[in-house]
Design a binder for this molecule. Structure first.
Ligand code: URA
Length: 226
């Protein structure tokens, strides 16, 4: 039976059921009447982010910043939330801190254009660049979790206290968190300082470099195994 015939057959049979029993069996509902779920993708998530009004951060945003980079990245970099430049451009880490972050990545053979994805814990700018509040993080975190499930990164680099604590699942300052490798749902995760903190305090360059070198060598190990 052709597709249209079979849909027609189901419609007629449903109508008969409805007349006889006052109900329609779900199994017989024509496919065209069943709501099809769009498959999960970065585009689908970004579309939902664009419409999101789950927390107060939506009120003052110019643009949402869902993230940018490649699928199946070697490294997913996670910051805390967009700043002023990011809010204007709708892209993550494009201001001073972002340009500095790009240099870190370049030093270990990484780039948002070839083998990284860059995202944030919250997708809208917190006013005056304040820390995102726990309820704002709670409203937004499922977007990042879904992005990670689609991206399937080999490694995660969290920059700053907030993304490190959230994804490593440990409530502590970045000075205590950094220096070891954690696991986010089986994906190795290295926390380091936020590039803006390092721009303010050059003494943090050395520990960041130690973290980046460790990331590079652990990533190479993973790539050699696969
Ligand atoms: N700081 C962040 O944490 N994220 C950005 O996207 C920009 C600055």
């Amino acid at each position: 039976m052709g597709n249209i015939d079979s849909e027609l057959y189901k419609l007629i049979s449903n109508t008969q059921d409805y007349i006889e029993y006052g109900m329609i069996s779900d199994k017989k509902l024509p496919d065209m009447m069943l709501k099809r779920e769009e498959p999960e993708s970065l585009e689908k998530i970004a579309g939902e982010v664009a419409k999101c009004r789950k927390c107060r951060l939506c009120e003052k945003r110019n643009n949402v910043v869902p993230g940018m980079g490649v699928l199946n990245p070697d490294v997913l970099v996670v910051g805390e939330g967009p700043g002023g430049d990011e809010d204007i451009q709708g892209l993550p880490f494009v201001g001073k801190a972002g340009q500095y972050l790009d240099k870190w990545l370049d030093a270990i053979g990484l780039s948002r254009h070839t083998n990284c994805f860059i995202g944030n814990v919250v997708k809208c700018r917190p006013p005056m660049n304040r820390d995102p509040q726990p309820d704002e993080i709670a409203s937004c975190i499922s977007f990042l979790e879904r992005q990670i499930a689609v991206l399937k990164p080999k490694f995660i680099l969290t920059v700053g206290r907030i993304s490190s604590a959230v994804l490593a699942g440990q409530e502590a300052g970045i000075g205590r968190l950094r220096g070891r490798t954690y696991s986010y749902k089986g994906i190795p995760l290295i926390p380091t300082y936020h590039p803006s903190a390092v721009l303010r305090d050059p003494a943090l360059r050395k520990p960041v470099w130690d973290d980046l070198r460790r990331l590079k060598s652990e990533l190479e190990e993973i790539k050699n195994v696969h």
